[in-house]
Structures are given as structure tokens and as C-alpha cells.
Design a protein around this ligand. Sequence first.
Ligand code: AVJ
Length: 331
Amino acid sequence: MHPDTKEIQIVETGLRQGAGQFAEDVLKGLSSKKKRLPSRYFYDEKGSRLFEEIMKLDEYYLTNCEWDIFRKHKQDFLDLLQGEAFHLVDLGAGDAQKTRVLLNHFSSQNAKYDYVPIDINRDILEELGQLLAEEIPGLNTIPILAEYFDALDWIGKNQSGRKLVLFMGSNIGNFSKAGAAVFLTRMCRVMNPGDLLLIGVDLKKDPRQILRAYDDSKGVTARFNLNLLERINRELGGDFEIDNWRHYANYNPINGAVKSYLISQIDQKVTINSLKKTFSFDAFEAIHTEYSYKYTLKEIELLADNCGFVRLENFVCQQAGFVDSVWRVRG
Ligand code: AVJ
């Protein structure tokens, strides 16, 4: 560590991200009849960097849209707190690129708040703490190393006072529609009446535009998806031959689901040492790796209502169809 870097205190709660959990989930997913791997394992060191690259692609319009919304409405977000002190809770903070637009603005306006970034990657949280200590010296940052649910439980028990919870980037899309309702209902329970949730959701739009975002011309998304197999090789001693696999994404305009897959190009067997198992794949058999659900504004309205929230305001990026919707916990 550099001599004058500041030691960042990280709160750690309930993380079960060890190799044990990864192994267990891979075993379960590859042993099931319809093979699958959970998308939460995309984000190791390499995967997190690849996702940052995806966010810079024009074809991946989601990030640029949300960025525009934040720049345009940062004061509107602050106005929603009506001058009260608050905790700015950032679920899945990552490098907080977009959040920093808000942090810089809130701090320049002397807002009374502290910043609570939550992530499952310790290195990323440390880098973020370091960076913020330099960029916004007066800011009180309390990083939490945890899964969403564990973090929410911790916040419910340890932090009183008003909260503005950020759940950006259409991360809600990774949940099934039923799963999203369960998650948001639970989130609502650990929030207090009057607390706010700012949720970024990708909207249903021209199916071709959606598909291009998940099958970009530079193949970054393909590498992001394939990295899941590389991670199994690295961490669990797998012998996946990456060239024998292809990324494939499709979009179902009825239910709004983008589904991403890895397709076996040939009949093949793969051994994973730490599982002491060999898996067989037929030619063109698929492993399902991710859902990225899209919503209509009406569906978002219903979701808020079903989960215990009142929708306060929608900040919409018109040209590309993305919304940051602000909800208040029903009192
Ligand atoms: C970070 C979950 C919002 O689903 O759009 C990007 C991840 N997957 N390209 C998304 C992702 C493929 C992304 N989320």
C-alpha cells in the first residue's frame, strides 16, 4: 500500500462467495437437465473489467442513457430529500462512475448525507473508497462487502434515518419477474416509510436495438459471457476449451426477457477437478447464463405498487427508452 493511502474500513456481512459456494452452484447448474450457470459469477476481476468495457459501447445504450438522466436530474433527486439528512445507499456500486455524478453534485450543494456503497468485490470497494477519499475529501463513505439481501438486512438493523437507495443500471433485470417482486418486497421491508428507492429499468423497445446491446459487434459481450467458463477453469480446475463455445443471446418481446447462452459447438466432455466430475455436452447444447428483463412503464408502476411502494416520479431517457423511477415506501 502506498504510504499515504488511507485505510478504508469495510463492513463485511454474511458473504458466502467462497470457492465453496461457487463450486456448489456450478455443480447444481451443470447437473440439471436444462444446464445453467448463475449470472452473479460473471463479476470476477476479469469479468468486472469486461463489464466496464461493455458500458462504454454505443450499442449498450443503457449506461449512456442513465448517465444522461443523472446529469440532467441530479438536483431533482436532491430536491426529493427536502433538505433532510440521508444515507445514499448504492446497491452494486462497482466503480460508482454514475453515482459520482450525484456525489459531486450533492457535496457541492453541502447536502447532509453519507455514502454507503455495497458490492461483492472487495478490491472494487477498496479502490472506490480510496478514490472517493481523494476526489471528495469531506464525504463519509461506509462501504459494505455483501450480497444485496445481507446488506439490506444490515442496513435495516444498523442505520436509522432517511435513505435514498440506488438500484441502477437495470440490475433488476437479472431477476425473473417473480423474483424481482420478491426482492423488492424484501427491500421495502428493510426500508422505513418515507425512504426512497431510485431504480433504473431498461424499457421494452425495438427488439433489434435490444438484441444489439447483448450481442455487440466488437464481441465484448461474448467475451464477458465466455469468461464464466474461464473462471471455472481458473478457480475450480475446469478444462473448458473456450474455442468450442459460442455466445448466443435472444430477446422475447412478449415477456421482455433477453436470455444469454453459451452454446457447445461440438460433442464434448469437460472435467472440473474440484468437483471431481465430468460433464457431457451434445453439439449445440446450451448453458443458460443470464436473464436481462425489460419492462414497460405500466409494468414498473404495477411492480412498485405490488411491492409496497408509491411511484413518485419517472425520469425517462426518451431517445433510447430507459427510466430511473423514484419510489417512496408507503407509510
Ligand atoms: C449489469 C445486469 C444490468 O443485464 O444488462 C450486460 C449485465 N449482460 N451485457 C445487463 C450484462 C450482458 C447487465 N446488468
